[in-house]
Design a protein around this ligand. Structure first.
Ligand code: NAD
Length: 271
């Protein structure tokens, strides 16, 4: 019989944290070994299962991350960059795998992760959705196949409260296209068109952004040539796509050798 994997959730009172706890409770291969949040969280001492909208599981939310990391096989972390780096050091000391969904890490932070990954398995992904990861890979492969006669445009739509544009995922899709086409993304990026723009430059990677309503996230990558067009699209209708992917990554990470991986590795797309 395979061992049940002990997974702790950092930031368990947060939006993603609660969904991660619910996902772990729902799966047979793993159990929740701990749930942490910040010192001043009003939820400390509350049951993590109840907070996640499930049942009482007798795991209280604590601020003692070090303690719960020490008794876990894997930790999942959707918190803040500063906290994530602190958790990576604790995970490296404890020998726990670290699944990182936190965004906004800078180059120095990522260097710290590379150092921690000498001692543990890390999976670090800006988007844990299985569908988006596959979309990214298809985009790269298509861009590698089609030449510059095929214009690449990326269209995204998000809810009215999103403050940055294009979305991080849209930019990652553009970078995947640039990698496939063996071109430099930043010099080909065209994300503002307004007024008399002139004709489209060959090789540009264009972006268009829509904002409105409560749209969770929609991305299309369009390859347009003369008389034909290919469109790859992904539509997210709930944030559980991220928690589902992150827990899958946690279960996968338990059996991997030390190093830093991404979601494409988890799905076997880099094999
Ligand atoms: P949130 O603010 O709702 O939750 C973050 C939680 O982390 C909060 O409860 C906060 O108190 C807690 N926290 C902060 N420092 C902590 C520490 N040292 N120890 C324990 N808990 C700590 O935010 P969210 O919407 O859940 O998003 C969290 C992060 O995940 C953001 O960086 C977001 O961009 C990212 N995110 C990534 C993906 C992905 O697929 N990679 C998907 C969604 C969100």
């Amino acid at each position: 019989m395979t061992d049940i994997i002990k997974i702790a959730v950092m930031g368990a009172a947060g939006r993603m944290g609660r969904m991660l706890v619910a996902e772990i409770i729902a799966r047979d291969e793993c159990i929740l070994s701990g749930a942490s949040d910040v010192e001043n969280s009003p939820y400390l001492g509350e049951d993590a299962g109840i907070l996640a909208g499930c049942c009482n599981i007798d795991i209280k939310l604590t601020a003692d991350s070090a303690h719960i990391i020490a008794k876990s096989d894997v930790i999942i972390d959707f918190t803040t960059p500063k906290s994530t780096i602190a958790h990576a050091k604790l995970a490296a000391q404890a020998g726990a795998a670290h699944i990182i969904g936190t965004t906004g890490l800078n180059n120095d932070d990522e260097e710290m992760l590379n150092i921690a990954a000498r001692h543990i398995t890390i999976v670090y992904a800006p988007n844990f959705s299985i569908g988006v990861t596959v979309l990214m890979e298809l985009t790269k492969r298509l861009a590698a196949t089609l030449d510059e006669d095929w214009d690449i445009e990326i269209l995204e739509m998000h809810h009215r409260n999103k403050v940055d544009a294009p979305s991080g995922t849209a930019l990652a899709l553009g970078k995947a296209a640039a990698t496939g086409r063996k071109t430099d993304h930043d010099s080909k990026r065209q994300s503002t068109r307004d007024g008399n723009t002139g004709a489209r430059k060959a090789g540009d990677i264009g972006y268009a952004t829509l904002r409105g309503g409560d749209v969770v996230g929609e991305h299309s990558v369009i390859f347009a040539s003369d008389a034909e067009r290919i469109e790859l699209s992904h539509k997210a209708t709930g944030r559980q796509i991220f928690s589902r992917g992150a827990v899958r990554a946690a279960i996968w990470a338990k059996t991997q050798s030390h190093g830093i991986y991404n979601m494409a590795d988890v799905l076997g797309l880099n094999d």
